[in-house]
Design a protein around this ligand. Structure first.
Ligand code: C2E
Ligand code: CA
Ligand code: CA
Ligand code: CA
Length: 278
């Protein structure tokens, strides 16, 4: 028995070593990737459910890895968070998204808001608002065309969150709560924090036509958002039926494969911005 156990243990250790090695490798690669311009952004358009008009877009980062090919964020964002690289990467995302948005405005397209995801590490920085302000000024983008997405877990320390959000709101940008409903936090923060929007997590939207509980949750979030005078966006809208349900709930905006997958900047321009009256 002891031998068998040793064998299993050795195999386990070898496997763990490989995982650690590939993590370290990927982390080293990531350090160089920013300088080598291997990251790029895709944009997923967001639509008003009443008018069907495009009203904004979310910037989503991708990594064109020289050996591994195209990597989705879930394969490197957690690693970037652990290593701290998320801070420079997050700043690159923010600046690049603002630059694209400014360029589109200069090109004469109707101005829309761009949403950028913030990580916990970024949110904890004492000088975050100054950094955001500096980027907006450098790029020349008006603050009302930027929205930052935070998650419920970032509101856990409510005093710190309040200070940070007040500094950000003073700039004139918008704040949304991403993946709403999936965090473990209480709803207490909703009445005390200066937020503008709830984004209903796509896990609730997914089965809204099949699961009465999901339908009840979506309906309750939407109603609550209206009472709190918050905007509400549904994530992961994939079917006409879901769209009709959400419209019936007076959900303001939607984002999802039914409208469009995330697309490269030039596709957002040719397929979506160019169709807006401007
Ligand atoms: P998220 O912020 O919730 O972004 C929405 C994700 O849902 C995107 O995945 C998008 O492609 C996907 N999605 C959109 N519509 C649909 C749909 O109709 N059906 C389905 N099944 N999926 C849909 P993506 O691009 O893989 O991003 C995953 C996560 O990575 C994001 O989730 C966000 O948490 C994180 N992320 C992406 N970019 C950044 C970034 O620049 N900074 C930080 N901190 N996190 C990022
Ligand atoms: Ca998001
Ligand atoms: Ca989300
Ligand atoms: Ca369900």
């Amino acid at each position: 028995h002891a031998k068998e156990h040793d064998q299993v243990f050795i195999r386990y250790t070898e496997a763990m070593k490989k995982v650690t090695q590939s993590r370290v490798e990927l982390e080293n690669d990531m350090r160089k990737a920013l300088e080598r311009n291997e990251f790029f952004l895709e944009y997923q358009p967001q639509f008003s459910l009443q008018s069907g008009k495009m009203v904004g877009m979310e910037a989503l980062v991708r990594w064109n890895h020289p050996k591994r090919g195209l990597l989705p964020p879930n394969e490197f964002i957690p690693l970037a968070e652990d290593s701290g690289l998320i801070v420079p990467l997050g700043e690159w995302v923010l600046k690049t998204a603002c630059q694209h948005n400014k360029k589109w405005q200069l090109d004469g397209y109707e101005p829309v808001c761009v949403s950028v995801n913030l990580s916990m590490r970024q949110f904890r920085q004492y000088n975050l608002a100054d950094k955001v302000d500096a980027i907006l000024k450098e790029v020349g983008l008006e603050s009302k065309f930027l929205e930052l997405e935070i998650t419920e877990s970032m509101t856990f320390d409510i005093e710190t969150a309040l200070n940070q959000l007040q500094s950000l709101k003073r700039l004139g940008i918008h704040i949304s709560i991403d993946d709403f409903g999936t965090g473990y936090s209480s709803l207490n923060y909703l009445k005390s924090l200066p937020i503008d929007r709830l984004k209903i997590d796509r896990s609730f939207v997914k089965e809204v036509m099949l699961d009465g509980n999901d339908a009840a949750i979506v309906s309750t979030i939407t109603t609550m958002a209206h009472h709190l005078k918050l905007k509400v966006t549904a994530e992961g809208v994939e079917s006409e039926e879901q769209l009709e349900f959400l419209k019936g709930q007076n959900c303001h905006e939607g984002q999802g494969y039914l409208f469009s997958k995330p697309v490269p900047a030039r596709v957002l321009e040719s397929e979506f911005l160019s169709r807006l009256a401007g």
